[in-house]
Design a protein around this ligand. Structure first.
Ligand SMILES: CC(C)(COP(=O)(O)OP(=O)(O)OC[C@H]1O[C@@H](n2cnc3c(N)ncnc32)[C@H](O)[C@@H]1OP(=O)(O)O)[C@@H](O)C(=O)NCCC(=O)NCCS
Length: 176
């Protein structure tokens, strides 16, 4: 079900991922990954597979923000937490992990990230999840950590070395 968000100066919608969105989204995601990252192409290819697979019940659910021209300008996904994240889940909770949260650097609209987060929370609840956990690596310290602090609050802990020696990731939890 499509939700329209009338945040000035432009409108956008949040809706299911469709095949036509994927190339736009990979371009957006690629724009945030530094070129010197040796695994950038593999990482983007893996995300393409996840996104395509989500249309065939691979366990991922993606929501997409689109501008008034129908072009994808942002995305967020959820899945069952990967093994390394399970220690941060509440025992007996049905936890989802937030993944692939990105907004176009050229999006005119404000509030795209918050709208995607609100929508994915609703979707997760509808799917029977009782909480969302997420981590955000040092690559996103400037862009992601402030966003999550603003929209969720303080992290529940720091996952030391989650992305390799010295590469820590704060962890957030949202109870649904
Ligand atoms: C993180 C991201 C998705 C946020 O999307 P966004 O569209 O900029 O977020 P919003 O405009 O909805 O911001 C929501 C609130 O958070 C605040 N906020 C956003 N980014 C912030 C930051 N880096 N530091 C402090 N506050 C921030 C906004 O000011 C806004 O506050 P308000 O509601 O009081 O006005 C986007 O910045 C992005 O794609 N970043 C690059 C990739 C990334 O870091 N992803 C996270 C990976 S784990």
């Amino acid at each position: 079900m499509s939700e329209t968000h009338s945040v000035e100066p432009q409108q956008f919608t949040v809706d299911e991922l469709e095949l036509r969105d994927i190339d736009f989204l990979l371009e957006i995601i690629g724009s945030w990954i530094p070129d010197e990252n040796m695994d950038k192409l593999e990482e983007l290819e893996e995300i393409r597979m996840r996104m395509e697979g989500s249309m065939h019940n691979n366990g991922y659910t993606y929501l997409v923000a689109r501008n008034t021209n129908g072009i994808a300008i942002g995305v967020m996904g959820i899945r069952k937490p990967e093994d390394k994240m399970i220690e941060f889940a509440t025992p007996d909770a049905n936890s989802a992990e937030l993944v692939n949260a990105f907004r176009s650097q050229h999006a005119d609209s404000k509030g795209v990230g918050r709208a995607l987060l609100d929508s994915i929370k609703k979707r997760a609840k509808d799917l029977g999840f009782t909480e969302i956990i997420l981590n955000s690596g040092p690559r996103y310290e400037i862009t992601g950590w402030g966003f999550y602090k603003k929209t969720i609050g303080e992290p529940i802990t720091i996952a030391y070395g989650y992305y390799g020696v010295g590469h820590h990731a704060p962890v957030w939890k949202i109870t649904l």
